[in-house]
Design a protein around this ligand. Structure first.
Ligand code: PEP
Ligand code: MG
Length: 590
């Protein structure tokens, strides 16, 4: 503990992963944090230069390694872009410039490297020559990688925390969240972020209480301060009073009791009081979560986010490695279905093994299916791995971020090419594998009738559907108040997709966070959604709601919502219904 006697400070953020935690704060630095400037003495200069040289050597080795991999996966043409990166990391003029400035300014290498790199890249980008302006991007990319290597010691701190703590951090990319030491990190709180960011999704997957979007928590908390986190309500108390601690100890006991009672629903069907069945499947990111699926009463996997296999590592997973992962998922759930979603990289999910991202608007950029279709070798490696797993007949495949019919057709063509390749080698797979698409872009929702003949199911990715319909960045806390799942436009899009799917004999699942929000479940059920896929820990709460609901009241709610005039009104209708039928679940939602 810091030992100072401070008054309690209460901060309100966005609760993204429920649970109550109390522990000492640990301020950590993550890759995305600002570069810190530190003065150094003349004696320290050789050591600082040595750190720089070591980071250059590590960067050179990484680029070579990635180049080799890219050449194997995507061909020599793509791999050759790394020749330019190697030229930068070996450029003695650039390196000597950094060393000279470091000696002159007597500060640590990070800010010097950043300033010299900006100077070079700005100069090149102003030259009216496309070859030279591309070199500016190479310099920026390589600099980021060298900075990452220089930060290595600090970054490790987040992955190898050895004492129980509440992590306090400016921002946390999903890959850092995925690799944090879960047994020691009792909760985490961040300045940035919002409820459907992939960092939040990861926190729920790991069942670590988390509050994001606090704006200035890193400036408010000191290392060692006691911090109380209420992950459902989005509250963070710094140096809580004895009275507050007592109140929360009591609430934690009550929550534990409710969860214990809900666990008893594990083997009960997710059926409304008037006999309407709404299957609950699970969203998983990591194979570690497989045990929790059945344990929490979900049946099968409605969304396997395979991109998490690619995050937090410097190499691409091979076809064999991927097939092994998909087969374990399939076997663990058999005969319940396992929907394997093809790679959704880009935006906030940036594997370090893929060097193609440098976009001004990454959420509108080469993400998911767009990336896969422009990198067919890499995509086909994954398709073959999924096909190999499809010998277990419960495997289904799903394409993310579809926005036009052509993408579905092209993806299916590549899938059929892969089938032919496997067949020619005598490798077994299921030719009747069910294919589905995510509906998470408004254009796809509006042409659902054109897509329907090419697939067997739809899965509504409401996290993105809301983002793209409302023009609200799902990860930006400054516009989080505009991110409204109950907006009438969203209700109508869901209604449209469900109706089209039923007309064409398909089924529709919701796998976005809306499905895991207890108060929104009656609305989705009333709109006729056929399946809900949720983070495993949330399955008992959602089953509890379904089992206390009459389908007839859900349908009435949906009709009112479709013709309501505001998101607030729909939210109130949902809240009223849930307070009547299952008030206990409100303890777990913000
Ligand atoms: C979604 O967009 O709702 C979804 C489930 O996909 P992701 O959160 O991985 O973007
Ligand atoms: Mg999505």
């Amino acid at each position: 503990m810091s030992g100072r006697s401070k008054s309690e400070i209460c901060l309100q953020g966005i609760g993204v992963s429920p649970g109550i935690a109390v522990c000492d704060a640990r301020l950590v630095v993550s890759e995305s944090d600002r570069i810190v400037t530190r003065s150094i003495s003349a004696d320290e200069i050789p050591r600082e230069i040595a750190r720089f040289e070591e980071a250059l050597i590590a960067t050179h080795a990484q680029i070579k390694h990635i180049q080799k991999q890219v050449s194997e996966m995507l061909g020599d043409e793509h791999a050759s872009i790394f020749d330019a990166h190697l030229l930068v990391v070996d450029d003695r003029t650039f390196i000597e410039d950094v060393i000279r400035t470091l000696k002159k300014d007597m500060i640590n290498v990070e800010p010097v490297l950043s300033a010299v790199s900006n100077r070079y890249s700005d100069m090149l980008s102003k030259v009216d020559d496309s070859y030279l302006s591309e070199r500016a991007a190479d310099i920026r990319d390589v600099t980021r990688r060298i900075l990452g290597n220089l930060a290595g010691e600090r970054l490790d701190r987040i992955n190898s925390i050895t004492e129980p703590c509440v992590v306090v951090v400016h921002d946390l990319p999903p890959s850092d969240t995925a690799t944090m030491n879960k047994s020691m990190v009792k909760a985490f709180v961040t300045d940035l972020g919002s409820s459907t960011s992939h960092t939040a999704i990861m926190a729920r997957a790991l069942q670590v209480p988390a509050v994001v979007g606090l704006h200035n928590v890193t400036a408010t908390v000191e290392n060692g301060d006691v911090v109380l986190v209420d992950g459902a309500k989005g509250l963070v108390f710094v140096c809580p009073t004895e009275k507050r601690l007592k109140e929360y100890r009591q609430r934690a006991l009550e929550q534990e009791q409710i969860l214990l009672e809900l666990d008893a629903l594990r083997d009960k069907p997710p059926e409304t009081l008037d006999g309407y069945l709404v299957p609950i499947t699970a969203n998983i990111e990591l194979l570690d979560e497989l045990d929790a699926v059945d344990a929490r009463g979900a049946k099968g996997i409605g969304l396997y986010r395979t991109e998490f296999l690619f995050l937090g590592r410097d190499t691409l997973p091979s076809e064999e490695e991927q097939a092994a992962a998909y087969i374990s998922a399939a076997k663990s759930q058999y005969p319940a279905p396992v929907v394997i979603r093809t790679l959704d990289v880009g935006a906030d999910k940036l594997p370090s093994s893929i060097e193609c991202f440098n976009e001004l608007n990454p959420f509108l950029g080469e993400r998911a299916i767009r990336f896969c279709l422009s990198h067919p070798q890499l995509f086909k490696t994954q398709l073959r791995a999924i096909l190999r797993a499809s010998v277990h007949e419960n495997v289904r495949i799903m394409y993310p971020m579809i926005c036009c019919l052509k993408e579905v057709v092209q993806a299916n063509e590549l899938l059929h090419e892969c089938m032919d390749e496997l067949a020619s080698k005598g490798i077994p797979f299921n030719r009747e594998l069910e294919i589905g698409t995510m509906i998470e872009v408004p254009s796809a929702a509006l042409i659902a009738d054109l897509i329907a003949p090419h697939v067997s199911f739809f899965s509504l990715g409401t996290n993105d559907l809301i983002q793209y319909t409302m023009a609200v960045d799902r990860g930006n806390e400054n516009v989080a108040h505009l991110y409204q799942p109950t907006h009438v436009a969203i209700v109508r899009l869901i209604d449209h997709v469900v109706k089209v799917s039923h007309k064409y004999g398909l089924w529709t699942c919701v796998c976005g966070q809306m499905a895991a929000s207890p108060e929104l479940v009656p609305l989705l059920v009333g709109l006729g959604v056929d399946e809900l896929s949720v983070t495993p820990s949330q399955a008992p709460v959602i089953k509890d709601v379904i089992r206390k609901l009459h389908y007839s009241s859900a349908a009435k709610l949906a009709q009112e919502a479709l013709f309501s005039d505001s998101a607030e009104h729909v939210k109130m209708l949902c809240r009223d219904l849930i307070s009547n039928i299952a008030p206990e679940v409100l303890e777990f939602s913000s």
